[in-house]
Write a protein that binds this ligand. Structure first.
Ligand code: PGA
Length: 890
């Protein structure tokens, strides 16, 4: 492999690194500073090939346990500050829009250049839906307080860019930055208590309040400008927090109600503040401005009879709007607003009632030449957020629905053993039940706690829809959908709770959405959806709603079949589903369930959306956003605006300018991928599920058990008590391979497939012409660059001599993957074509290696039964620090 060019240091990293060094010296002592520097220098030397690992190991061995904890914290903070510096670099340089068309305005221009007019774009947007959906998936290791300090530093750095020298009168910027770094140094990075659902709700609300709420209406306004006319509210925001109870017994009907009430609290706080400010602004006097009758009537109805405002109809009207809004806020959030209304008024019954009042005022303001501004922003916001802020999805595992339905049928004397029925009999029984208005649940036969809980959350969803509007909860997602009956079971629970109108063609209030997440389930998806859409009423209801959604799971399909096969099967299923939906005449909406790391579908969202099979996006896309990804992509209003803008741009391009391969090539490429996938699948399954002892090896070589004790999420790490890899959740699986620097889910199997593929020219052509193949290899390359077989070998030693043959298989697969990737992409070393990423990763490596070496030592001591609590703490800190250094590792 060619050697890499020297790294050019980012000046922000130098500044922040110096400040952190000062803080460590001043607060941690000169000795700690000296040791930290010595380790850093040894590691940098080693990465430059000028020293060997023994020198570094020698420095590390000199640390006692207290020093170890402080040292790990220091390196973690350095990684955090280096991430910040890099984010700034990406945002300010060409890195902001690395791909052509990745801003909405640019995408519109590109489309126009290709002859797609603005009318066509607007018409498409009228049917569109782009929704990031926030989930509480536990991959964010940092506490929110740490992230807040980090963001404050980012703000101070931005002030510095603008030429400011003082953060506040008398305080230099550098001093203010230093204070934040000192705060970071003295803030406990680990959680003491397991995070609760209520905490997860609050964390998400902080992002919504600070970064989505103020940004989304403004973006829509900017898009209107780019398009030369109003833009339909196609961008909305979703959430799973308080509704996703798949494997999380802590999510209940109360969680859902709490999430809704708290969201309303945040949303109405914003609405009220905006309307209040508008009242101050719209001081038009009826003696000096034309006032339409409708505005006068609104002013009359407001009940504001203050003589001082007698000639100010807009202000009077807004006093009334404020009062109605305040009453609505209290009703929906359960708490009175901070600034009480001046008069008593009836709550609004719906967002459209509120909007009608705003529209009336806007019409008058436009006529008086003072339209636009805040009034328009609030009107846009009502279209995006309604009275609910974020649409909350329900999610549950199909096994749970099945058990609940079985119990209800048994208690009602309809069917003694539902679980024993075959699929055809289940479907027949469920369909006849859904045709009938007779309920199964009766007070005479109390149900189990689990079934009661499921019925309660559907009831809570019905209640939320009645209170906050139908957009508050629209969807019930069925994890592990493997059959048609899996989709009918939640419909039966809906009937029991008043969310479904029974009949030959039952009408469900919530859209039932399958989540296909194993390779076999992805392959069965088209048939299941064909059967579902053929049921009476289903296609019709979907058309009335706008579309039927299908969710596809990246992580579990990866854990099941390996990187290449999962990536390919997701693509194949998507293309096959498109045909099924076309046959049924129903628009399809895909919901991509992906995480931050490549093994869970991570990577550039822009490239991922652009790489979707032609004709499958059609303006509609939902994507999960979770864990550390939320802070990275939406952590500041600027970042959120960029991310959402890019997402909208990608959707526009994927819909209206989807790159199509010539049919003959397409067929050849697909056939090649089928063969590659078969090879990769065999290699992956052969190792992970086929090699005896692999499960024990995985548990010994990675910190999987220690990760389970991190208190970063409200849900348990496994759905069951079993140790099987099939039952382990995908997140800890991916996370632990990342810590050991193997990153197996991001590549394993691919090397064997590519190396064994004879037609290398075809692979190169596929990489050159096919966005799908490009994105797949690009993402894999990033993962390979972060993996390190030298470090991994040290982890493998934890598994003892029995582990050696298994590690040899992994190491060999890794080498083949790297070699064949370089060959297909025409490079002489990894990341040769991606200098920004290359620099970023290589800057990080010298900070990661010492952490990995320390982690291995701590694992040894921990597993040998040493009881000093500092060992467990050090381990957890090291997990945090390595995850921070790797960025998207969870
Ligand atoms: P899940 O998510 O385990 O909640 O289905 C999988 C993932 O996103 O990794």
């Amino acid at each position: 492999m060619a050697s890499a060019p020297p790294i050019v240091q980012n000046p922000d990293i130098r500044l922040l690194g110096r400040i952190l060094g000062d803080v460590i010296r001043d607060l941690g002592g000169a000795e700690l500073f000296r040791r930290t520097e010595a380790i850093r220098a040894a590691s940098v030397e080693r990465h430059r090939g000028r020293a060997d690992v023994a020198q570094l190991a020698g420095e590390l061995e000199a640390l006692n346990l207290d020093d170890t904890l402080s040292f790990v914290r220091g390196f973690m903070l350095f990684s955090m500050l280096a991430n910040l510096a890099e984010d700034r670099q990406m945002a300010s340089s060409a890195g902001a829009a690395p791909e052509t068309g990745s801003s909405f305005a640019e995408a519109v221009q590109m489309l126009e250049a290709k002859g797609v007019g603005r009318e066509a774009i607007r018409a498409m947007l009228g049917q569109a839906r782009v929704t990031p959906v926030l989930t509480a998936h536990p991959t964010e290791v940092r506490r929110k307080s740490m992230i807040d300090h980090r963001n404050r530093i980012a703000e101070l750095m931005a002030m510095r860019d603008r030429g400011a020298t003082e953060a506040a009168p008398g305080e230099t910027l550098e001093k203010a930055i230093r204070r934040q770094v000192a705060l970071l140094w003295q803030t406990r990075p680990l959680r003491r208590e397991r995070i609760r659902v209520a905490d997860e709700i609050e964390t998400a609300l902080a992002w919504l309040r600070d970064d989505f709420l103020p940004v989304m209406p403004r973006l829509s306004e900017a898009w209107a400008q780019a398009l030369g006319g109003p833009v339909p509210p196609f961008l909305t925001i979703g959430s799973w927090i308080g509704g996703d109870r798949d494997g999380n017994p802590n999510v209940t009907a109360d969680s859902l109600a709490l999430a809704m009430a708290r969201s309303a609290g945040v949303l109405f706080h914003w609405y009220l503040a905006e309307v209040h400010a508008l009242g101050a602004e719209l001081s038009l006097s009826s003696e000096l401005a034309p006032v339409p009758d409708a505005v006068l009537r609104l002013a009359e109805r407001s009940g504001d009879d203050s003589p001082a405002r007698a000639d100010e109809p807009y202000r009077r009207a807004l006093t009334g709007v404020y009062a109605r809004l305040a009453a609505t806020a209290e009703q929906l959030s359960g708490a009175p607003p901070a600034r009480p209304a001046r008069i008593v008024a009836e709550p609004y019954q719906s967002p459209s009632e509120f909007l009608a009042d705003l529209d009336c005022l806007a019409e008058g303001a436009d006529a008086a030449g003072v339209g636009g501004g805040a009034l328009d922003l609030i009107r846009i916001a009502v279209g995006q957020f309604g009275f609910h802020l974020a649409t909350l999805d329900l999610r549950q595992n199909s096994d749970v629905h099945e058990a609940c339905v079985g119990e209800l049928l048994r208690l009602a004397g309809v069917e003694a053993d539902y679980a024993a029925l075959d699929e055809a009999a289940r479907v027949e029984l469920l369909r006849s039940e859904l045709a009938s208005p007779r309920l199964l649940a009766t007070p005479l036969a109390p149900v189990s706690e689990r079934t009661a809980g499921e019925l309660a959350i559907f009831r809570a969803a019905a209640e939320a829809r009645a209170r906050h509007g139908e957009a508050a909860v629209t969807t019930a997602i069925v994890s592990k959908t493997t059959s048609l009956s899996d989709l009918l079971e939640p419909m039966l629970l809906m009937r029991e709770t008043g969310l479904l109108l029974p009949g030959e063609a039952p009408v469900a209030g919530l859209m039932v959405v399958p989540l296909f997440e194993t390779i076999a389930d992805l392959q069965a998806a088209p048939d299941i959806m064909r059967a579902f859409l053929a049921l009476p009423g289903v296609a019709q209801a979907a058309r009335a709603r706008g579309a039927q959604e299908v969710m596809i799971g990246y992580s579990d399909s990866n854990k099941d079949g390996g990187y290449l096969t999962s990536t390919w099967e997701l693509q194949r299923a998507t293309a096959a589903l498109k045909l099924v939906f076309e046959e049924a005449g129903v628009p399809m909406q895909l919901f991509h369930g992906r995480g931050g790391s490549v093994g869970r579908g991570g990577g550039s969202s822009f490239a991922a959306i652009r790489a979707q099979p032609p004709g499958t996006v059609q303006g509609r896309i939902r994507i999960t956003e979770q864990g550390e990804v939320i802070a990275a992509k939406y952590g500041t209003p600027e970042a959120a605006a960029r991310t959402l803008d890019t997402m909208a741009a990608a959707t526009l391009l994927a819909t209206l300018d989807s790159p199509k391969l010539p049919p003959e090539e397409g067929a050849r490429y697909r056939e090649a991928l089928d063969r590659l996938s078969a090879e990769s699948f065999a290699a992956y399954r052969g190792l992970v599920y086929g090699e005896p002892g692999f499960r024990a090896f995985f548990r010994a070589m990675t910190p999987i058990s220690e990760i389970a004790s991190l208190k970063i999420g409200s849900r348990p790490p496994s759905r069951t008590a079993s140790y099987a890899i099939e039952d382990l959740r995908a997140i800890p699986w991916v996370f632990s391979w990342a810590q050991a620097r193997v990153m197996l889910p991001g590549w394993y199997g691919t090397g064997q497939a590519l190396a064994g593929f004879a037609d290398k020219g075809l692979l190169r052509a596929m990489f050159a012409d096919w966005p799908f193949f490009q994105a797949m290899l690009d993402n894999m390359e990033m993962v390979l660059a972060k993996s390190d077989m030298g470090i991994a070998a040290r982890y493998a030693e934890l598994a003892g001599p029995e582990g050696a043959p298994l590690f040899a298989i992994i190491r060999d697969g890794w080498q083949r993957t790297v070699d064949s990737l370089l060959e297909a992409t025409g490079q002489s070393r990894l990341l040769e074509r991606s200098p920004v990423l290359d620099t970023s990763i290589r800057l990080r490596l010298p900070y990661l290696e010492p952490l990995n070496l320390l982690q291995v030592e701590l694992l040894k001591r921990h597993r040998a039964g040493e009881e000093d609590p500092r060992i467990a703490e050090g381990l957890q800190l090291s997990v945090n620090a390595i995850a921070t250094g790797l960025r998207n590792s969870g």
